[in-house]
Design a protein around this ligand. Structure first.
Ligand code: NOJ
Length: 560
């Protein structure tokens, strides 16, 4: 199949279905809710939607514990509703990609049920081990979500490996039958017309077969060096590539802790295993190793990470750009300012939307949703949040522990989407499955829809601009003023166009002067958060001010 690489021109939108829009009043988002909102999604100049898992699931990890890979959960409206959404998206020129969660299944998956009874051919579908001679666990690995990575099964009288929740049993990818199942799943969705996959923790699928003890000191990750980027990973991904090559589809790999150099092992070269990798490091602007060690937000650090990925992948791999997803708290609450919510939201948006690569917007990001702060841990639902609360800082005062949760929980990204100022933010007519952020009367889609200065319309304009400016797709990236702790300034340059993006991360006035070679008066101010005044080839920024200038070089050759 001839590939068109359509994703290189696309803007993606991520839907975490449980919290997007409920159509039937049961308090849980569903696919008919998405169907109602397809025109809204299209209005953001979005070209593709990634759905977090829609499969039947007992929801120990909200869909990332799959019970049936070839069906759609009844909670979400079943297969019929999915096909309607798929067709509706395609009719509007939007593609649809699914979450492929094949590192593990739910323990309620029929494969697991058969495996624990040693029914063939499922006996070796999972990673089973006997207790050690002294009765202890097979090794010292941690689970990311719940204690140790081994759970004893009374029926089989063995332990099974679970790198995540107890109800998420790791598949044994070394078994060729399991890999065949994965290929079958891929074909099933691609034949139906789905346009690709986001591949969940895909770099964990090949484990060191001796399962040696781990030594990694980071909490909840002992053993990681023996299962991340394991011995057969590239081989297995190439097997999957053989299937993917028969379709004009895209793959986005999720790889916790991935570096740019490592990412190129997957997305570089003549026949890459995957098309893009999620660059986790851009989530480390206020912490080390994602959630574990927190520090105040550092623009310098974030700029360094952004520049590093842009430079490292230049000409070698395609970037995937994001600020939010269902696994991280809201970005304005982290890297921006809740006080200057709209302004900092715009600065963050322009900071990433014009970089080289394919950007994705997460539901609610476009209206500037912020973190929720629930009073007590009992009000949270997420397995990882609850585990982090109980396992880290256990001897600290309650208030401190809760502050850490407010800062770091991914559940802040999972509150219902805020559509309007009616009860429950217009998300449901029933009782929402999870708390609606009390700021919804102020922050909602309806309030921003017709306001030309809203964050929502800023996102729309930015996404539209991307698709009309070849320099965003083809241009080089250069960062100016790398040592500024308050400004992020970068250029995209091609033969015929230059783009200069200026983003302040400060509530205070900052003096900006255009870099050498730029005459701001000759540029076209194509996107801005505040004013347009220029003095001495620069300006003094207002809080979190953002400007994007376009320079056309008429002497240059016409862009292709
Ligand atoms: C990564 C997913 O994004 C996250 O939500 C999930 O909990 C883990 N993988 C386990 O599947």
């Amino acid at each position: 199949m001839e590939r068109t690489y359509w994703y290189k021109d696309a803007v993606f939108y991520q839907i975490w279905p449980r919290s997007f829009k409920d159509s039937d009043g049961d308090g849980v988002g569903d696919l008919m809710g998405v169907y109602e909102k397809l025109d809204y999604i299209k209005s953001l100049h979005v070209d593709a939607i990634w759905f977090s898992p829609l499969y039947p699931s007992p929801n120990a990890d909200y869909g990332y514990d799959v019970m049936d890979y070839m069906d759609i959960s009844g909670e979400y409206g079943g297969m019929e509703a999915f096909k309607k959404v798929l067709d509706g998206a395609h009719q509007r020129g939007m593609r649809v990609i699914m979450d492929l969660v094949v590192n593990h299944t739910s323990d309620e998956h029929p494969w697991f049920q058969a495996s624990r009874r040693r029914e063939e051919p499922y006996t070796d579908y999972y990673i089973w081990r006997k207790p050690k001679r002294d009765g202890t666990l097979p090794n010292n690995w941690d689970s990311m979500f719940e204690g140790k990575a081994w759970q004893y099964d009374e029926e089989r009288k063995e332990y099974y490996l679970h790198l995540f929740a107890i109800k998420q049993a790791d598949l044994n990818m070394d078994n060729p039958r399991v890999r065949d199942e994965v290929k079958k799943i891929m074909r099933f969705w691609l034949d139906m017309g789905v346009d690709g996959f986001r591949e969940d923790v895909i770099t964990f699928i090949s484990k060191d077969k001796d399962l040696p003890n781990g030594f990694f000191l980071m909490p909840a990750a002992k053993g990681i060096t023996h299962y991340s980027n394991g011995p057969h990973l590239h081989e297995y991904l190439m097997e999957f590539r053989d299937v993917l090559d028969q379709y004009d589809c895209v793959t986005i790999g999720e790889a916790p802790l991935v570096t740019a150099r490592r990412a190129l092992q997957f997305i570089g070269g003549k026949r890459p295993e995957l098309d893009m990798m999620i660059p986790f490091q851009c989530m480390e602007g206020d912490c080390i190793l994602i959630d574990y060690v927190h520090h105040p937000f550092s623009l310098l650090k974030l700029k360094h990470i952004w520049r590093h990925w842009q430079d490292a992948l230049r000409g070698r791999g395609w970037n995937f750009l994001y600020l939010e997803n269902h696994d991280h708290p809201r970005i304005i609450s982290r890297y921006g300012s809740e006080k200057y919510r709209v302004e900092s939201g715009k600065s963050l948006a322009a900071s990433y939307l014009f970089q080289q690569g394919t950007p994705i917007i997460y539901q609610g990001q476009e209206i500037g949703m912020t973190n929720i702060r629930l009073k007590s841990i009992d009000m949270y639902e997420d397995v990882q949040t609850i585990n982090n609360y109980h396992s880290f800082r256990a001897n600290q005062p309650e208030q401190k522990r809760m502050e850490r949760i407010w800062q770091a929980t991914r559940e802040s990204a999972r509150t219902p989407m805020q559509w309007d100022d009616s009860e429950n933010a217009g998300f449901t007519e029933g009782k929402p499955w999870f708390y609606v952020n009390p700021n919804y009367p102020e922050i909602n889609v309806a309030a921003q829809e017709d306001d030309p200065e809203s964050l929502l319309n800023f996102y729309r304009r930015a996404a539209e601009l991307r698709s009309t400016l070849p320099v965003v797709r083809y241009g080089t990236f250069k960062m100016y003023y790398p040592l500024s702790r308050k400004l992020f300034v970068y250029e995209r340059r091609s033969k015929a166009q230059r783009l200069l993006v200026i983003c302040s991360y400060s509530p205070d006035p900052v003096k900006f002067r255009a870099p050498r070679g730029y005459d701001l008066k000759k540029g076209q101010l194509i996107l801005r958060s505040h004013g347009d005044k220029v003095e001495n080839n620069g300006f003094v920024t207002r809080p979190y001010e953002t400007r994007v200038y376009l320079f056309q070089d008429r002497r240059g050759p016409v862009e292709v």
